[in-house]
Design a binder for this molecule. Structure first.
Ligand SMILES: Cc1ncc(COP(=O)(O)O)c(C=O)c1O
Length: 424
C-alpha cells in the first residue's frame, strides 16, 4: 500500500492520530476502480466512503450537478426553497419502500440522525413528555456529532462524556458472537431486552441500523426488524431507522426495511444519495406521526447548505441513473454471488470466524484485528481496496461491478486471507 508523504502534508485526518498519514492517496476514480498516486489500480470495494454506489464518475450525475451549479447553486432553506428540492422530495416519495411521506434535507448522515431524533423529541414533547429515553444497539453507529456519538455504545465513539440530555439505553448481543449473531437465539435475546426496556415507560424512541456497519459489519438476525416494529407498536414507541448506510440499494433493496415489510416512523438516509458527488442527507417522516404534532410546531434544525439546489439535482439524477441501470437488482445479484463465493472458499477456514453479508455489504470476520489489517494490506497489493473494521474486513463495492471485476474481487480477498493465515 502506498503512503502519504508525512513530512510534506499539512493534512490532519479525523479518526486517526494527528500525525498519521498512513494509507493510500488516490488521484483518480472511474467505475469500480481507483488509481493511487503510484499508478496502482485497485477495485474500490469501499465505494468511496460507502456512498459511490453506482461507481465513480457517472456522467449523468456529474452533468446534472454542474448544470445546476450554473443555473442556481443554493438559496436559504429557512426563507424559501429551490425547485430541485421539491422535485427530489417528490421523486423520493415515488420510490419503493420510501419509508415516509415528507422529506427533510440535511447534509451528512449525522445531521439526518440529529434531525430524526429532534423530530421524535418534538413528537414526545407534544404527546407524552415523560417518554424522553431512546433505545439503540450498543454496537450501532449513528454518526460523529456529539448527539450521534452519545447514541452509540461503540468504544471508538466514546470520546465526549455526558454529551446529550437524553438517556440512551442499549441493546446488546451479550456473549453471542460470529455466526451466532444470526441465530434465532440472537433474535430472542434482543426482543426480550427490548420488551424489558420498553416496559419502563420513559422510553419513547427506538433507533436501529438494519445492518451494523461500523459495529462490525453485522447482519441482524432474520425477522428481528419485523419483531422490533411489532414491539414498538405494542408499547406505542416510535421506530426510527438509521438507513444512512443501508438506504438506496446497498442491501439489494431500495431500503433495507423492505426485506421485512417494515415501515418506520422516521428514517434517516444519506450514503448513495448523490453517488458521492456532494453532501446530502434526508429524513423521511410518516405523515400520521407528523399530524400528531400541535399546529405551528417547528423543527428547529437546519444548516446553511441544507437542501442545496445543486445537491438535490445531483440526487435526482442519481435516482434516475439507479432506475435506468437497474443498480438495486444488480446489488442483490452481485451480492448473492459474492457471498456464495466467499462462503465456499472461506467459511470454516483457518483464521476465519465468520463470512456474512446482505447485498453489497459483505463481511469476513477474522480471529484478530492484526490479521484483518494484514488481509486489507495484502488485498490492496493484489488489487482490491477493502474496508477494515476491527477484526472484520468488509467489501462494499459499487453496483456497477462487471462479472470479471466481481471474480477478481472475490479472488483477491480469498488469496489475501490464505496468505496472511499461512504466514502466521
Ligand atoms: C449507519 C450510519 N449512520 C450514520 C452515519 C454518519 O454519517 P456521516 O458520516 O455522513 O455523518 C454513518 C456513517 O458511516 C453510518 O454508517
Amino acid at each position: 500500500m502506498n503512503s502519504g508523504d508525512e513530512t510534506a502534508s499539512a493534512l490532519g485526518r479525523p479518526w486517526r492520530a494527528p500525525h498519521d498519514h498512513s494509507g493510500p492517496t488516490f488521484v483518480a476514480g472511474r467505475g469500480a476502480w481507483l488509481v493511487d498516486r503510484d499508478g496502482h489500480r485497485v477495485i474500490d470495494a469501499t465505494s468511496g466512503a460507502l456512498n459511490v454506489f453506482c461507481g465513480h464518475g457517472v456522467e449523468q450525475v456529474v452533468d446534472a450537478y454542474v448544470s445546476q451549479l450554473r443555473a442556481l447553486a443554493h438559496v436559504d432553506m429557512s426563507q424559501g426553497l429551490a425547485e430541485p428540492a421539491h422535485l427530489l422530495a417528490d421523486r423520493l416519495r415515488d420510490l419503493p419502500g420510501h419509508g415516509g411521506d415528507r422529506f427533510f434535507f440535511a447534509n451528512s448522515g449525522s445531521e439526518a440522525i440529529e434531525l430524526a431524533v429532534r423530530i421524535s423529541s418534538l413528537y414526545w414533547a407534544a404527546v407524552d413528555s415523560t417518554r424522553t429515553d431512546i433505545i439503540t444497539f450498543e454496537r450501532g453507529y449513528h454518526g460523529s456529532t456529539a448527539l450521534c456519538q452519545s447514541l452509540s455504545g461503540l468504544p471508538q465513539t466514546s470520546t465526549i462524556e455526558d454529551r446529550c440530555g437524553a438517556t440512551v439505553r442499549h441493546l446488546t448481543f451479550g456473549e453471542l458472537a460470529g455466526a451466532e449473531l444470526r441465530w434465532p437465539q440472537a433474535r430472542e435475546h434482543i426482543t426480550a431486552q427490548l420488551r424489558s426496556l420498553l416496559a419502563d415507560r420513559a422510553v419513547g424512541t427506538v433507533l436501529v441500523e438494519p445492518f451494523l456497519n461500523v459495529g462490525g459489519g453485522i447482519r441482524l438476525p432474520e425477522g428481528l426488524l419485523g419483531d422490533i416494529r411489532r414491539i414498538c407498536d405494542e408499547y406505542g414507541a416510535l421506530l426510527v431507522l438509521d438507513e444512512v448506510f443501508t438506504g438506496l440499494g446497498r442491501t439489494g433493496a431500495w431500503f433495507a426495511h423492505e426485506h421485512e415489510g417494515v415501515r418506520p416512523d422516521l428514517m434517516a438516509f444519506s450514503k448513495g444519495l448523490t453517488n458521492g458527488v456532494c453532501a446530502l442527507s434526508a429524513v423521511a417522516a410518516d405523515e400520521g406521526m407528523l399530524e400528531r404534532l400541535p399546529s405551528g410546531s417547528i423543527v428547529s434544525y437546519g444548516h446553511t447548505m441544507s437542501a442545496s439546489a445543486a445537491a438535490c439535482a445531483a440526487a435526482s439524477a442519481t435516482l434516475e441513473h439507479m432506475r435506468e441501470s437497474g443498480a438495486v437488482s444488480a446489488a442483490r445479484e452481485i451480492g448473492t454471488r459474492l457471498l456464495g463465493a466467499l462462503s465456499r472458499e472461506l467459511r470454516g477456514a483457518d483464521g476465519v470466524v465468520d463470512v456474512r453479508g446482505h447485498g453489497l455489504a459483505l463481511s469476513v470476520e477474522l480471529d484478530g484485528t492484526d490479521s484483518a489489517e494484514n488481509v486489507q494490506r495484502v488485498a490492496y497489493d493484489l488489487g482490491a481496496y477493502t474496508r477494515q473494521q476491527g477484526s472484520t474486513v468488509m467489501l462494499a463495492p459499487p453496483a456497477c461491478l462487471s462479472g470479471e471485476e466481481e471474480d477478481r474481487l472475490a479472488d483477491h480477498l480469498v488469496t489475501a486471507v490464505r496468505k496472511v493465515v499461512a504466514a502466521r
